[in-house]
Design a binder for this molecule. Structure first.
Ligand SMILES: Cc1cc2nc3c(=O)[nH]c(=O)nc-3n(C[C@H](O)[C@H](O)[C@H](O)COP(=O)(O)OP(=O)(O)OC[C@H]3O[C@@H](n4cnc5c(N)ncnc54)[C@H](O)[C@@H]3O)c2cc1C
Length: 431
């Protein structure tokens, strides 16, 4: 946030988007006594944090958006503490289901020599120069691993595991993005905790602090006019709001959807157009019993539903929910099935592990983020040449406007990154 002119006493800040980034920005401004208004297109706050009660009788809930709080996510953890929210263990054991063969974690035999080499590559990354990091950004993660001699079976596992993290094949991920993610992550790869009662608790607490009267819902901003000393926005419903500065936390497609006057710099528009968002569908199936027995069950598979985990771990009762987390091309194909077909497909995929379970499935709730009209994807994915090529350009402030959000953060793709950029944008304006 260089070259940002700070606000003056009495100035008013407009914040576009009441996801966790916009709410964190507002909370920071509120603590510093700065006036603000949040404008949110949806009829709810939270954006890509979306807890859903799947079974009203038992209160079992699932996360349709962000799931895990990582052990390295210091700002998120500090915010939870400050707001009196408890985080609970949400880590899993990894089973695998490959070519119809079900394998328990204790029987999986990693390739010892490759394991050692891989650990060395991650450690080595931490001392790499900027020049070397930029070089890594020029090739994809898959090709980089091949160039380092990864055995075929390990490559297959990395593709299945890492594509779950990135939401697309690792051929669409720059080697810089891949290695920096794993070199900087906790032992559980940031799949450590979740907020007790659901991640939406964070949104509710932030909303309380920020003030419901300051958050205007159903306000889809369509135009941003920047004048000499102020910024004016108009919304789809014809209403208009004025401020002295603006924090824009919208995902790339939503930024491009706005008519900017004056227009955004051409390079920034091109960069926003190049940024892809991962195709992810989460399908949560409610079962009448937890036939999988292991509360910490998760299964990496080569089947269409891709990755399964026991979402209701730590939630009481005999009923339970398995969520399938399907990515990329698979997500698109899976999303086009009816809910009944999705349940069947999930149960069929699990047959080698548990036999016929379809009669135990009560219902399912599915959310395909690529079909979300506002985000058009789950989270940003930085392809070859993009981390160093376009991220900074997208993040560049423009007159009275400062940008924030998951897609431009160091902890990109995580709640942590959304919070960090929201807070930092507010601090940059405060000066
Ligand atoms: C399937 C999935 C799984 C995930 N898993 C994890 C995880 O395990 N751990 C983790 O930490 N993170 C995870 N994430 C990422 C995390 O959800 C995001 O990083 C974070 O919630 C993004 O917050 P944000 O405020 O930047 O964006 P958003 O939450 O998208 O907020 C932007 C807001 O802007 C609003 N908006 C858009 N256009 C306009 C407009 N024109 N006018 C007004 N408002 C507008 C939107 O409605 C939205 O509310 C996951 C995300 C998804 C989708």
């Amino acid at each position: 946030y260089q070259n940002v002119t700070p606000i003056q006493k009495g100035d008013h800040v407009l914040i576009l988007g009441a996801g966790v980034s916009g709410l964190s920005a507002a909370y920071m401004l509120q603590k510093r006594g700065v006036a603000y208004t949040l404008l949110e297109a949806r009829s709810r706050t939270g954006g890509r944090i979306l807890t859903h009660t799947i079974d009203k009788d038992t209160g079992l809930h699932v996360e349709l958006g962000a799931e895990w709080v990582g052990a390295s996510h210091k700002r998120l953890l500090a915010l939870c503490k400050e707001l009196g929210l408890e985080v609970e263990d949400h880590s899993f054991r990894f089973y695998s289901l490959l070519q119809g063969q079900y394998t328990t974690p204790d029987t999986y035999q990693p390739d010892v020599a490759w394991d050692k080499k891989y650990k060395g590559l991650l450690e080595g990354f931490l001392t790499k120069s900027e020049k070397e990091k930029k070089r890594l950004d020029k090739i994809d993660w898959w090709r980089y691993l091949v160039s380092q001699g990864i055995p075929d079976r390990e490559l297959e596992m990395r593709e299945l595991n890492d594509s779950t993290d990135f939401g697309e094949s690792i051929r669409n991920v720059s080697a810089y993005s891949g290695i920096s993610e794993y070199a900087g992550s906790s032992a559980n790869n940031e799949m450590d905790f979740k907020i007790k009662g659901g991640n939406t608790q964070l949104i509710e607490k932030l909303t309380e602090k920020v003030g419901t009267d300051k958050i205007l819902k159903n306000k889809k901003v369509t135009h941003v006019y920047q004048e000499n000393k102020q910024v004016r926005v108009t919304c789809k419903d014809g209403t208009a709001y004025t401020g002295h500065k603006l924090i824009c936390t919208l995902p790339a497609v939503a930024v491009l959807d706005i008519q900017w006057n004056p227009v955004l710099p051409e390079l920034q528009i091109e960069a926003l157009q190049q940024l892809q968002y991962a195709r992810i569908i989460k399908s949560s199936v409610l079962f009448t019993e937890r036939f999988w027995k292991d509360e910490a069950l998760s299964i990496v598979s080569d089947t269409l539903p891709h990755y399964f985990f026991h979402t209701t771990k730590n939630q009481p009762g005999s009923k339970g929910v398995l969520t399938s987390y399907t990515i990329g091309d698979k997500a698109h194909i899976f999303s086009r099935l009816s809910t009944e077909q999705k349940i069947s497909r999930i149960c069929q995929s699990l047959t080698p592990a548990f036999g016929d379970t379809e009669s135990l499935a009560e219902m399912a709730v599915c959310y395909y983020w690529a079909d979300d009209k506002i985000t058009q994807g789950a989270y940003a994915i930085y392809d070859v040449n993009q981390w160093y090529g376009i991220r900074e350009v997208i993040a560049q402030s423009f007159k009275h406007v400062v940008f924030a959000g998951e897609h431009i953060a160091e902890w990109q793709g995580f709640m942590e990154g959304a919070i960090q950029t929201g807070e930092d944008a507010a601090l940059a304006l405060i000066g």
